[in-house]
Write a protein that binds this ligand. Structure first.
Ligand code: SF4
Ligand code: SF4
Ligand code: SF4
Length: 166
């Protein structure tokens, strides 16, 4: 599992400072995740070691919401899917098969678990990500061109539009 800085917290996570103050490092969120996408962070940083992280390149979240429902300390809040903002997906149109006209690809759109609100196809073809994106990372995981990257929002209270191409 990646130990880089670009990791996501599970859905429902409080803002980072509050999250760290509440997380018991019990691992119940990871145990309940049937998609095995939550890993407990390793390393020597006392404050973050043992807390849950998601790396969407390796295993994205499927928004089943089991982890946030089970968290015993409410470090993860049991919120509805429409309130989840683990991150926001940024699509680089200059890399995307469809936007560049190389191939017709809709992998990201097909796999988005909330595509009715987080994505649409411009002109019935080109994927666009809206500001309703939950940041689950499924689109990043399936994109064959590496055109999508989810930017974590754990240090942010507000979000910016994510659908612009680079
Ligand atoms: S919402 Fe489901 S898939 Fe996503 S991290 Fe939690 S348990 Fe895993
Ligand atoms: S656009 Fe990507 S990151 Fe956002 S909800 Fe859909 S699949 Fe998840
Ligand atoms: S999966 Fe990647 S290449 Fe395919 S349409 Fe989406 S962004 Fe473009």
């Amino acid at each position: 599992m990646g130990q880089g800085k670009r990791f996501l917290r599970p859905p429902g996570a409080r803002p980072e400072k509050e999250f760290l103050a509440r997380c018991l490092q019990c691992g119940q969120c990871a145990q309940v995740c049937i998609f095995d996408c939550i890993k407990m962070r390793r390393g020597f940083n006392f404050f973050v070691a043992g807390t849950p992280e998601i790396n969407p390149k390796q295993a994205p979240c499927h928004l089943c919401m089991r982890c946030s429902a089970i968290c015993p300390s409410d470090a993860l809040l049991d919120i509805p899917i429409e309130k989840v903002h683990m991150g926001y997906a940024k699509l680089d149109r200059s890399k995307c098969y469809t936007w560049t006209g190389e191939l017709m690809c809709r992998s990201c759109y097909e796999r988005c678990p909330i595509k009715w609100r987080a994505m649409y196809l411009e002109g019935g073809m080109n994927p666009v990500i809206t500001d309703q994106c939950a940041g689950c990372g499924l689109c990043e995981h399936v994109c064959p061109k590496g055109a999508i990257e989810v930017i974590p929002t754990r240090f942010q209270q507000t979000r910016t539009d994510s659908s612009e191409g680079a």
